[in-house]
Design a protein around this ligand. Structure first.
Ligand SMILES: NC(=O)c1ccc[n+]([C@@H]2O[C@H](COP(=O)([O-])OP(=O)(O)OC[C@H]3O[C@@H](n4cnc5c(N)ncnc54)[C@H](OP(=O)(O)O)[C@@H]3O)[C@@H](O)[C@H]2O)c1
Length: 283
C-alpha cells in the first residue's frame, strides 16, 4: 500500500487504546495521517500516542466517553484546532460486559424456578438496564461520533467512516443477546448512513471482525496455560482458518475502506474479517 495515502489527513479513532484500534491508529499514522486517539483511559491512549510519536507520527490522545455528545463535540473542537478537520473516522469504541450475558446457552427451567442458583443468569434473569449499557455503547457510541465528525466532513464535502460490526451482527452467538442486537444495529446504521450521507460526499462502511483475542475474550477463549477453553474449542471448530484473528489482520480492510481512491465507489458495506466464520455452517 502507498506509504503516504493518508498524508495531510486528520483521522479520529475511537477505542484507540484497545487491542484492535491501537493497531489501526498506529497504521493510519504510518500511512501519513495525523491521528486523534479517543477513549476513556488516558494512560492507554498515551501509550499508543508514544508509539506513534516514536515513529515520527502525529498523535493527539483525548479522554472522551463516546456516548457523551457534548464531550465528543469538545474533542472535535480541540482536534480541529490542533490537527485540522476530521477526514477519516474509525468507530472502534465498543464491547460487551459480563453482567449483560447469560450464563446459559439455552433455556434452563431452573432460571424461572424458586431455587435458581445464585450464579445462574438466564434470559429471564437479565437486567434490561445492563443490556441497555451494551446497546448504548455500541450503537449510540457509534452514532454520536458519526454526527459530530460527520457534520464536519459534510462541511468539507468529503470523508470516510468505518464502523465496527461483528460476526454477531449476522449470527448471534449464544449468551451474547445485547451485544448481538447492538452489532446488528451497527450494520444497519452503516447502511442507513451510507445512503443518507452519499450526497455529502461521505462514505460509510464497516468491518465485522471474527474472534480476535482481547483482554475480555482471552479470559473466555483461552486457558491460563494458553490452551483453549470449551468455548474456545467451539470457536475454533467453527472457524475454517483455525486460528484467532490478530489486530494486523484488520489493517488492510480498514485502510482500504478509508481510502477515497481505491474504495471511491464503495459505501454501505460491512467487510467480514473472520477466518471464514460467517461463511461456514460448521457442519
Ligand atoms: N476482539 C474481538 O474479537 C472483536 C470481535 C468483533 C468485534 N469487535 C469490536 O471491535 C471493536 C474493538 O474491539 P477490541 O477487541 O479492540 O476491544 P478492546 O480492546 O476492549 O477496546 C475497546 C476500546 O473501547 C474503549 N471504550 C469502551 N467504552 C468506551 C466509551 N464509552 N467511550 C470511549 N471509549 C470506550 C475502551 O477503552 P476505555 O475503557 O479506556 O474507554 C477500549 O480501549 C469493538 O467495537 C468490538 O466490539 C471485537
Amino acid at each position: 500500500m502507498n506509504e503516504n495515502i493518508f498524508h495531510n489527513k486528520t483521522a479520529v479513532v475511537t477505542g484507540a487504546g484497545g487491542t484492535l484500534c491501537s493497531a489501526i491508529a498506529i497504521e493510519l499514522a504510518r500511512l501519513g495521517a495525523r491521528v486523534a486517539l479517543l477513549g476513556r483511559t488516558m494512560e492507554k491512549l498515551e501509550t499508543v500516542a508514544a508509539r506513534i510519536r516514536a515513529a515520527n507520527g502525529i498523535a493527539l490522545p483525548l479522554s472522551v466517553d463516546v456516548t457523551d455528545a457534548a464531550a465528543v463535540e469538545a474533542a472535535r473542537q480541540r482536534i480541529a484546532q490542533e490537527l485540522g478537520p476530521c477526514a477519516l473516522l474509525v468507530n472502534g469504541a465498543g464491547g460487551n460486559r459480563n453482567d449483560a450475558v447469560t450464563t446459559t446457552t439455552e433455556f434452563d427451567p431452573a432460571e424461572i424456578g424458586d431455587a435458581k442458583p445464585e450464579n445462574m443468569r438466564g434470559f429471564f434473569n437479565l437486567d434490561p438496564d445492563r443490556l441497555l449499557d451494551v446497546i448504548e455503547l455500541n450503537t449510540i457510541g457509534t452514532l454520536i461520533p458519526c454526527q459530530v465528525f460527520g457534520r464536519e466532513m459534510a462541511h468539507q464535502g468529503r470523508g470516510a467512516i468505518v464502523n465496527f460490526g461483528s460476526m454477531n451482527s449476522y449470527r448471534p452467538l449464544t449468551k451474547n443477546l445485547a451485544y448481538s442486537l447492538a452489532k446488528a444495529g451497527v450494520v444497519n446504521l452503516t447502511q442507513w448512513l451510507a445512503a443518507y450521507l452519499a450526497p455529502a460526499g461521505i462514505r460509510v462502511n464497516a468491518v465485522a471482525p471474527g474472534f480476535f483475542a482481547n483482554d475480555r475474550s482471552r479470559k473466555i477463549l483461552l486457558t491460563e496455560d494458553g490452551g483453549l477453553t470449551a468455548r474456545g474449542q467451539s470457536v475454533m471448530a467453527h472457524t475454517p482458518m483455525k486460528r484467532l484473528g490478530e489486530a494486523q489482520d484488520l489493517l488492510g480492510a480498514v485502510c482500504w475502506l478509508l481510502d477515497d481512491e481505491r474504495a471511491a465507489f464503495v459505501t454501505g458495506i460491512t467487510v467480514a474479517v473472520d477466518g471464514g466464520f460467517t461463511s461456514s455452517s460448521g457442519v
